[in-house]
Structure formats: structure tokens, C-alpha cells
Design a protein around this ligand. Structure first.
Ligand code: NDP
Length: 294
């Protein structure tokens, strides 16, 4: 069994980004600038935002945080988004999810200029992804394709099962795995909570990507011998000593011995998600230059 080391991939990409940044600086060009909109004080969101800003700092991308109280109205938040859309200093930005219940994430996402939508959640980017046009890929699926690419995992002709159909992970992941691409060309099944006989479906998977948000959900009896397992889940669970720890959606201890490749949690997909956001920011900065010179 080979461990898919997302942390190591993230470090490798950081080196590549640092080199690209040095070239940008040598050429006297503007350093890419990523902005984050954070609403409220959810501890997990604050941690995610801190990690993303730290990663920016490590590669030399400029990072700015716009933190608003949970009481902000939808109209006010859209105004903040529009201000960032118009700010030429900011190359890309994203709104950390989830938002407080009174704010509609889809509506806020729609307000983002697709050229600055480095999370890749805007319908224009999702539509372009479907049509194989240049776009920002959603960060988590983008990071997973990087894992597959950098480990030279053959995907063509394989049966890929994605469990989960969220708009930010499962659905775009299924689409990417089915496209005509070196990290694609799979026969894809997207399973969800209404799927019948899930175990029979997953046992047919050469590549199993799990994004459901339930700790240890996938067990050894659900996995084909020699499969590639990508665990997207991030679940905080209580331990017997009263503390807590992060667990994936896959029961790692029983599944790992059975498969060819497996991504751990933590240290797998989470690390590449952050780095995919940085890669998109670089591309946003580049796109803007192309737009201004054309
Ligand atoms: P959502 O809650 O939006 O979607 C969960 C999906 O899982 C739904 O499609 C749901 O089906 C399906 N599901 C739930 N229970 C079952 C079941 N028993 N059998 C089959 N399918 C089921 O979650 P997200 O996609 O946003 O996130 C999934 C997990 O990934 C979470 O743990 C999240 O924290 C993590 N995550 C990790 C990231 C990373 O960087 N590593 C990034 C983003 C998320 P239905 O549609 O029918 O309800």
C-alpha cells in the first residue's frame, strides 16, 4: 500500500510556486494577491482561513483578510464582494464557507466576478469546467487530480465511484474523473444517500473517492482489493480521553492494508485543497495581465 502524501505534494507545489513568484518579481510584475472574506467567528472556519493565509505567506502570495460580524446582511456582504470585484489590487478572492444561516451561499457566490473566483464555485466556472474550457477548478477536486497526476495513477478506463454529490466536492469530482483527460477517462458512478446497495457499488470501484462527512464510514468490506482510495472527509470526533481528533470518512486502519493507494486524514486531501487555491490565485493574476494587455 502506498500512502498518498498530500502534505509532501503541497510542499513540492509550494517550491514550484515560490520559483514562479521569483520570476514574477524579477520581471518587476505585481505579486499575486488573494483576499479572504470571513463572516462570523466559527472556530473551524478561522482555522481554515489561517492555514490558507499561512500558505500564501510561505510562497510569497500577498494575502488579505476581510472579517465581518455574523450579523452582516446579505446586501452588505454583496456590496463587500462587489468592492473586491472592482479592486484592481486583488487578483482573486473567496468567501469562507459555511456562512451564517441567514446568508445564502449561492447568492453570494453569484456576486463574485468569475475571473476572481479562485474557489471555482461560480456557475460560470462550473459550466466552463463541464465544457472543458479554461476555468478555475474547485479547489478540492483540483487538488485530488494533482494527487493522481503526481503519483502517476492510471485512471483511464477505470471504474471510479465518488460517494457524495455536493456542489463543491462530489459532483465536480465525478465530472472531472469522467472527462477526456490524463486524470480522467473513468467510468464514473456518483453515489449519495439514496443509493441502494452502496457496498456493491463501492466494491466495483478501482478508484473510490469519499466525500460524505461521516467518520470511518467506509470499511474494508466495501472496498475492492487493490483499489485507490481518496478520503476527503474531515470529521472532528471525541476520543476516550475527552479530547478530540480529526478523522476521515474511511476507516483507515482496516481499509489501508487492502488497497494499492490511500490518502490519509489529516495529511491527504486537505493539504492539496489549500495549495489548489494558491494555484488558482496565480492563474487569476496571470489572466488579469493577459486581459489588460489584450
Ligand atoms: P455535504 O454535506 O455537502 O455532502 C455530503 C454528501 O454525502 C451528500 O451528497 C450526501 O448525499 C452524501 N451522503 C451522506 N450520507 C451518506 C450515506 N450514508 N451514504 C451515501 N452518501 C451519503 O459535504 P461536502 O461535500 O461539503 O463535504 C464532505 C466531507 O468532506 C466533509 O467531511 C467535509 O468536511 C470534507 N471536506 C474536506 C475538504 C478537504 O479539503 N479535505 C474540502 C471540503 C469538504 P445527499 O446528497 O443524498 O444528501
Amino acid at each position: 500500500m502506498v500512502l498518498l502524501d498530500g502534505k509532501k505534494i503541497a510542499e513540492d507545489i509550494k517550491i514550484e510556486l515560490r520559483q514562479a513568484l521569483a520570476q514574477i518579481q524579477d520581471a518587476g510584475e505585481k505579486v499575486p494577491h488573494l483576499a479572504t472574506i470571513l463572516v462570523g467567528d466559527m472556530a473551524a472556519s478561522q482555522t481554515y482561513v489561517r492555514n490558507k493565509m499561512k500558505a500564501c505567506e510561505e510562497v510569497g502570495i500577498k494575502a488579505s483578510l476581510f472579517h465581518f460580524p455574523a450579523t452582516i446582511t446579505a446586501e452588505e456582504l454583496v456590496q463587500k464582494v462587489e468592492k473586491l470585484n472592482q479592486n484592481p489590487e486583488i487578483d482573486g478572492f473567496f468567501v469562507q464557507l459555511p456562512l451564517p444561516a441567514h446568508l445564502n451561499a449561492e447568492m453570494i457566490t453569484l456576486a463574485i466576478d468569475p475571473r476572481k473566483d479562485v474557489d471555482g464555485f461560480h456557475p460560470e466556472n462550473l459550466g466552463k469546467m463541464m465544457l472543458d474550457l479554461p476555468c478555475f477548478l474547485p479547489a478540492t477536486p483540483f487538488g485530488i487530480t494533482e494527487i493522481l497526476r503526481r503519483y502517476n495513477i492510471e485512471t483511464s478506463g477505470k471504474n471510479c465511484v465518488v460517494i457524495g454529490r455536493s456542489h463543491i466536492v462530489g459532483m465536480p469530482m465525478g465530472l472531472l474523473m469522467s472527462r477526456n483527460h490524463p486524470q480522467g477517462n473513468c467510468t464514473v458512478t456518483v453515489a449519495h444517500s439514496r443509493t441502494k446497495n452502496l457496498k456493491e457499488v463501492t466494491r466495483n470501484a478501482d478508484i473510490l473517492i469519499v466525500a460524505i462527512g461521516k467518520a470511518d464510514f467506509v470499511t474494508a468490506d466495501m472496498v475492492k482489493e487493490g483499489a485507490v482510495i481518496i478520503d476527503v472527509g474531515i470529521n472532528r470526533v471525541q476520543t476516550t480521553d475527552g479530547k478530540s481528533k480529526i478523522k476521515g470518512d474511511v476507516h483507515f486502519e482496516s481499509v489501508a492494508p487492502k488497497c494499492a493507494y490511500i490518502s490519509p486524514v489529516p495529511g491527504g486531501v486537505g493539504s492539496t485543497t489549500v495549495i489548489a487555491l494558491l494555484m488558482n490565485t496565480f492563474r487569476a493574476a496571470k489572466g488579469k495581465k493577459e486581459l489588460t494587455t489584450s
